[in-house]
Ligand binder design. Structure first.
Ligand code: HEC
Length: 135
């Protein structure tokens, strides 16, 4: 009798744990979506006037679709500054954060006007959006 009761308790607890884990996973998923959504809004406010995110809509700055993992200064056909052409690094998360914080300090001689986004959360959100359009 006791055994059966214990088993039922264990089963109930396991189900509860599974449900809790599932809820956590769902929350994590929606948190990512919230980050991307916030990042898109911030991108629209801070970056969109110079940057396209769709090849069919060229802009003053280089296309940023696919920028995460791309080598700096290499989007075909874009007239980069000599400084960015010679930069020779890949756009990692760290490089993109440093660029958002102080682009002309990070790559002196770049022709992108100074953008000083120092808030780490804002950097994170914009990065989440850039990742979402980098596939
Ligand atoms: C006033 C216009 C302007 C604004 C605003 C602007 N950019 Fe730029 N961006 C440029 C230009 C111009 C370049 C090319 C720089 C060069 O060739 O030196 C550039 C280059 C870049 C690059 C390098 C891309 C590559 O292919 O190597 C990244 C990444 C970038 N910008 C991200 C951003 C982000 C993120 C924001 C918003 C936080 C932003 N930019 C806001 C004009 C702008």
């Amino acid at each position: 009798m006791h055994r059966i009761a214990n088993r039922s308790v264990i089963l109930a607890l396991s189900l509860l744990t599974l449900t809790a884990l599932q809820t956590l996973a769902d929350d994590a998923g929606s948190f990512d979506q919230i980050k991307v959504g916030a990042g898109k809004a911030l991108f629209e406010a801070e970056c969109r006037r110079c940057h396209a995110t769709d090849a069919s809509d060229p802009s003053y700055g280089p296309l940023l679709e696919g920028v995460v993992g791309r080598e700096a200064g290499t989007f075909a056909g874009y007239p980069y500054s000599e400084a960015l052409k010679a930069a020779g690094f890949v756009w990692t998360e760290g490089a993109l954060k440093a660029w958002m914080e102080d682009n002309d300090g990070f790559v002196p001689g770049t022709k992108m006007r100074h953008v000083g986004i120092e808030d780490a959360t804002v950097q994170d959100f914009i990065l989440a959006y850039l990742q979402s359009i980098s596939g």
